[in-house]
Each structure stands twice: as C-alpha cells, then as structure tokens.
Design a protein around this ligand. Structure first.
Ligand code: C2E
Ligand code: MG
Ligand code: MG
Ligand code: MG
Length: 294
C-alpha cells in the first residue's frame, strides 16, 4: 500500500520511530515548494532499438535535489507525493517538462527527429487528475505530436481501476500516444487486461533481466513475455540491461528495445543531448551497440 511504501521510503532519513511522522511532514512541506524552487529535475535514460542498434528515445525519470538532504530518489519521494496528493502537480510538471525537452531536441538536433519520450504516470494520477487534459495541454504547449509521447503505468496502477484505465487509455490513443505497462511480470494484473486495454508496449521488469543469464526460469519468463507481446501485437522493452550478454540474447530472442546501465545511466538533459548528437548507443567509453551487437 501507499502507506507502507511511504514508511519504507523515509527510512533513508534514519529517523527514530517517533520523529518519523514529523520528518515525513517536513518532507511533504519541502516537496510542496520543490517544484517552484526548481529542485525537481528530469533525468533521461535512453532506450535502444536492438535490431537496428539505434537510439529510440528516452524515459524521463524524476530527481529531487533537496537543498539539505541531497539527491532523493523517486522511490523515496513518489510515495510521499502520492499520500499527500502532490503527485498531481508533480505529474503535470513531469509530463510538461518531458514534452518541452523533447520538442527542443527535435527542433535543434537533426538526429532527434524520430525520438520518443516516456513519462511515468502513477495510478493516483489516473484517479485524481484529468490526465488526458494534462497531456493535451503539454502537447499543445510543446508542439509535439502525440506519437512522440509514451505513458508508462505499472500493472498495479491499472488493476486498481481497470475501467477508468480503459476510458483514459482510449482517449490517449486518440492523440496517438503509446501506452506502456511498466515493470511487467511483477504486479497482479490478469492477462485479460492485456486483451481489453489498448496497451502498446510491455516493459519487462528488470528482475527477470537480472536473472536471465543465470536462471533458466528467468530466461523462460523473458522468452514467454516476448512471445506473448508479439502474439498480442505489442512491442517489448527490456529494463535493467546491464551487460552485453543480456543485450545480445534479448536481441536474438526478438525483444524490440532495451534500456539499462549497459547503454547509459539516467542523465541530465545536457548529457542526454550529447548522447543524441553522438548518435552512439553503446556504453560510454566502449564500443557502441552498432559495433558490438550487429
Ligand atoms: P521505472 O519507471 O521502472 O524506472 C526504471 C528504474 O530503473 C529507474 O529508477 C532507473 O534509474 C532504474 N534503472 C535503469 N537501468 C537500470 C539498470 O541497468 N540497473 C538497475 N539496477 N536499475 C536501472 P529510478 O530513476 O530510481 O526510478 C524509480 C521509479 O520511480 C521508476 O521506476 C518509476 O516507477 C518511479 N518514477 C520515476 N519518475 C517518476 C515520475 O515522474 N512520476 C511517477 N509517477 N513515478 C516516477
Ligand atoms: Mg518507467
Ligand atoms: Mg520499470
Ligand atoms: Mg520500477
């Protein structure tokens, strides 16, 4: 639940038991101001088309550079944002900022013309915000076509309210936005949702990728998810690819795209721009995907 996640999240502050509530309250107050004070940033992590060895786009990942506490990871502040309702302004900021950034790259970098951006949307945003309106406003403000945007939701976010998800996804599809199911294989979604909802992309959870070269079972799960996606007309992105051997095997298995530290860590917008302009999809300082995978 959001409550238990929130509690786990603030453990990093090493609070004593009775200061936990006070600490959480302070973080919430700080988060309220963080957007205005520009303490929130988006990091961009590339995903790479495995068959062609080219950059497909970036996932936008929220970062909070707290003036006293330093960098706070999204797994620590997203649960607080959800508990407090701040996920609504935070989520709008993320969608808008990601669209503006990609539009800027598309304008200035010739090789960014076909790139996409993925934005994470939490289940609470579906319930509490007019997500369709927020997305439409961001597309209008940035001038980006809907086809450039991918919305990522976890299985659990969808399962909480499948009927609402279906209505919202249907509207997002009218803008040509693609819908990805994040961390696929770890939630409780029933396979029937894959059939009922207009989902375009399955993002294979990193736990299966981490195990696939060591565990026969993980390898079989990865193979099966790729086949399932293909049979249902969806594409696949492997998350958490850290090694060449995983990337090469995923390509051989027909996985469409991959994302992970092997290619690049999430980076500040400036670094991501350098990555676009280099046109290199391999890990920095080593041979690129074009040499090593093809
Ligand atoms: P996610 O959407 O599944 O994002 C992928 C996470 O895996 C990111 O963690 C990324 O840094 C990490 N990762 C990427 N490649 C590798 C790898 O090769 N190895 C390992 N071990 N990890 C890798 P991050 O940035 O800490 O984000 C964590 C989660 O926070 C995200 O998971 C997403 O669910 C959530 N999140 C991030 N930004 C936002 C946001 O703007 N809105 C919402 N609602 N959630 C967000
Ligand atoms: Mg994601
Ligand atoms: Mg994920
Ligand atoms: Mg995740």
């Amino acid at each position: 639940t959001a409550k238990s996640r929130g509690r786990g999240g603030i453990a990093i502050y090493q609070s004593s038991a009775h200061s936990v509530a006070r600490d959480m309250f302070r973080i919430e107050a700080d988060l309220r101001k963080a957007i205005d004070r520009k303490e929130l940033e988006l990091a961009f992590q590339p995903y790479v088309n495995l068959a062609e060895g080219r950059l497909g786009g970036f996932e936008a990942l929220a970062r909070w550079n707290h003036p006293e506490r330093g960098m706070i990871s999204p797994s620590d502040f997203i649960p607080i944002a959800e508990d407090s309702g701040l996920i609504v302004p935070l989520g709008r900021w993320a969608i808008e900022t990601a669209c503006m950034q990609l539009a800027d790259w598309r304008k200035r970098c010739p090789s960014a013309m076909d790139l996409n951006v993925g934005v994470n949307v939490s289940g609470l945003q579906l319930a509490q915000d007019d997500i369709v309106g927020a997305v439409e406003a961001a597309l209008v403000a940035s001038g980006l076509p809907g086809g450039a945007l991918k919305v990522e939701l976890t299985e659990s976010a969808i399962v909480e309210n499948p009927e609402l998800a279906r209505q919202i996804f249907t509207k997002l599809k009218q803008f040509d936005i693609s819908i990805a199911m994040d961390d696929f294989g770890t939630g409780y979604s029933s396979l029937s949702y894959l059939q009922q909802l207009p989902i375009d992309v399955l993002k294979i959870d990193q736990s299966f990728i981490a195990g696939m070269m060591k565990s026969d079972d993980s390898h079989k799960i990865v193979t099966t998810i790729i086949a399932l996606a293909r049979n249902l007309g969806m594409t696949t992105v492997a998350e958490g690819v850290e090694e060449y051997s995983q990337a090469e095997r995923l390509r051989a298995l027909g996985c469409d795209s991959a994302q992970g530290f092997y290619f690049a860590r999430p980076m500040a917008a400036k670094e991501a721009e350098a990555f676009i302009n280099k046109g290199v999809c391999g890990p920095s300082g080593e041979s690129g995907v074009e040499q090593s995978i093809d």
